[in-house]
Design a binder for this molecule. Structure first.
Ligand code: ARG
Length: 404
């Protein structure tokens, strides 16, 4: 029934083989879209041509770099998104933007089905398919690696038999996913969680054990977004790229974690996200200076829930949208400068400056100029502690007091 399928094409072995594989299994014409989310590496025109050489009826490259930075990385920054307090949702935020371009391509080519190259064991299949459901519920979705049981050996075999212009080494040590927000590396010898990552795992960061001289940077934010670095105006994409370069040189943002996948598996992941981690550290500190205490405490919970929703493939969900509104509202006064020293794997904040700061020197100072009336503290503590005092007295009455 399907006569046109649009495949999210990466240029790698699996999606290259998938072109012919889908065509044979479904009888459909296969069209490809490769989405540029700042993954670097191979020239995307080469990738486009490879799709054609592997049998695509048509293929194009969608430049989504600014869109990805503005509409996906920046919301993640505003929410300080760190899944399990560590992982800056690198792959999780790229799937919705790739899916959006997949849906656009489906309309363009008049396809009724889209396809992706995920396996059946990961989070990414969920992110693609749940996103498609929200964006274009009429589209069907197929996953050849999962649904047509395209194993790695079969893929290599197919590529060799059909002379596909793709490198087919049997020993590809890792599964890698990368974009401007970071890089994810898994599988291979990393599956033994006692094995330390070797040097070849890393690409965005240099070894933090042998850093160059310390690098001081001033990042200017306006309403939660980086707008200048060392006084030079930057777009969000440029801010991420510049911090990737500078924090990467210092080995900042290496993360090695056993992570809870949505599908119930614990998996070992190694990430590098130098720019993201440095920007989040700066943004968090500026929030400490500018966001009111109760709003800040509540925002921590919202940030975590936002991150879990995004990790779980709910980017386009109603709750995620509502939380976006809350997060955006909190950013009204998150403006100012953060000075950081980048060195030996760490991004350390050393200074903050903001016109919209809530830090009041005269309230905080222990020196001359104190405007805080300390005599009021006594009564405050009396009433604040009353509820605990009452409960403790009852414990004593019933013999449950704290033994000293
Ligand atoms: N576990 C991470 C996540 O779910 C990274 C997935 C990366 N994908 C890959 N093909 N290596 O977001």
């Amino acid at each position: 029934m399907t006569n046109r399928v649009v495949l999210a094409y990466s240029g790698g072995l699996d999606t290259s083989v998938a072109i012919g594989w889908i065509a044979e299994a479904t009888g459909a014409d296969v069209f490809c879209v490769a989405v540029d989310v700042g993954q670097g590496g191979e020239d995307l025109d080469v990738i486009r041509q490879r799709a054609m050489d592997c049998g695509a009826k048509d293929a194009y490259v969608a430049d989504a770099r600014d869109e990805f930075a503005n509409e996906y990385c920046m919301p993640a920054l505003k929410a300080n998104a760190l899944y399990m307090d560590r992982y800056p949702v690198v792959s999780a935020i790229s799937r919705p933007v790739i899916t959006k371009h997949l849906a656009i391509a489906a309309r363009k080519f008049g396809a009724d089905t889209v396809a992706h190259g995920c396996t059946g064991k990961g989070n990414d299949q969920v992110r693609f398919e749940v996103s498609i459901t929200s964006l274009a519920p009429d589209l069907k979705c197929i996953a050849p690696v999962r649904d047509l049981a395209l194993t790695r050996d079969k893929a290599i075999d197919y590529a060799e038999r059909n002379n596909l212009p793709i490198v087919t080494t049997k020993s590809n040590p890792f599964s890698i996913d990368q974009n401007v927000w970071g890089r994810a590396v898994e599988t291979g010898f990393l599956e033994d969680i006692w094995n330390a990552p070797t040097k070849d795992v890393y690409n965005y960061t240099d070894d933090p054990a042998f850093p160059p001289v310390a690098d001081e940077v001033v990042i200017t934010f306006r309403e939660g977004l980086p707008v200048a670095i060392d006084g030079q105006s930057v777009t969000p994409l440029q801010a991420i790229q510049e911090m990737n370069r500078r924090a990467g040189a210092q080995g900042i943002g290496r993360i090695d974690i056993v992570e809870d996948r949505l599908v119930g598996i614990k998996s070992r992941e190694v990430y590098e996200a130098p720019g993201a981690m440095a920007l989040i550290a700066a943004h968090q500190e500026l929030e400490n200076v500018t966001i009111e205490r109760e709003q800040a405490r509540f925002k921590k919970m919202v940030d975590q829930r936002w991150t879990e929703l995004v990790y779980d493939g709910q980017w386009f969900s109603p709750l995620k949208k509502s939380l976006d509104t809350f997060v955006d509202d909190t950013q009204r006064y998150v403006s100012g400068d953060i000075r950081m020293v980048l060195h030996g794997g760490r991004a350390t904040v050393t200074g903050r400056r903001s016109e919209t700061s809530l830090y009041d020197f005269n309230l905080a100072t222990y020196d001359e100029g104190d405007t805080f009336d300390q005599s009021q503290a006594k009564g405050f503590i009396e009433i604040f502690g009353l509820t605990s005092k009452q409960a403790a007295a009852r414990d004593v009455r019933f013999g449950n007091g704290v033994q000293l």
